[in-house]
Design a binder for this molecule. Sequence first.
Ligand code: SF4
Length: 322
Amino acid sequence: MSELLLEVSGLKKYFPITGGFLGRKQGEVKAVDDVSFFVKKGETLGIVGESGCGKSTTGRLLMRLIEASDGKVIFEDKEITSMSKNELRKVRRDIQMVFQDPYASLNPRHSIEQILEEPLIVHGIGTKEERKKRVREMLEVVGLSSYHAKRYPHQFSGGQRQRIGIAKALMTKPKLIIADEPVSALDVSIQAQVLNLMKDIQKEFGLTYIFIAHDLGVVRHISDRVGVMYLGRLIELADSEELYENPKHPYTQALLSAVPIPDPDIRRETILIQGELPSPANPPSGCAFHTRCSQCMDICKTERPAERYLNGHYVACHLYNE
Ligand code: SF4
């Protein structure tokens, strides 16, 4: 197995629900509930699920943009979850994020040069000249030109702004990029361009990606392995091809049945997921998917399915108890 870059074990994030006259805690939302996985150097791990499944919260927990309620995140043998602020600042050079809405993460009053320089200034990297040189280099890397450095975010299209978001993430020469729905806000034709750019950059700089998205079709083209989340839990994880050809969890099977196949000769029956997504503040007992699963058994309503590994294919479902 290739070297591990990141290891996540038992990660939890419970947000308190407060209310009433004294603002007392009345419950909690289990946004991420006991999630474990690893990421190998140089690979892309896709994480998919419906909105509210905890995938974006997981991404933020990995960088400690929010604090975990429990669990460990280990990056290159260093435990991020227990680091001092100073140590964390150093590690953040190596882990960067690309967000869904680049416009929101690009200060509209700053020129592209100022925006791209900022991470270097924050981390005290390079002289003014070196910083400007890197800005020009990174603009070229993402398919823009050095003259774009003097322009402002509103002067760019959505696709170009996402290229700038990617350039910003690359400025500190990170090892890991966590991309949270990086192409969801873009037109389909532009999505392919940005995905191809991300793939090229990954090869060129030997990057590792965690690619978070709600669309299984998008994730397939970039991921080596894919994990599926449902209501804060990781319910299946396997090599990309294995997951798409042989999905084991009924939720993944239903999600995949809705992804269009480009070959008109292949027909696939769409599996409808029954009912609404339950509230994460009040998730169903046992298997969280049991209220919507067409294969639900009695045990599913009371017992949380254990983690199973079937030839390296992780699945949490009682159908695989034997
Ligand atoms: Fe369906 Fe039961 Fe498997 Fe949950 S554990 S996905 S309810 S069969």
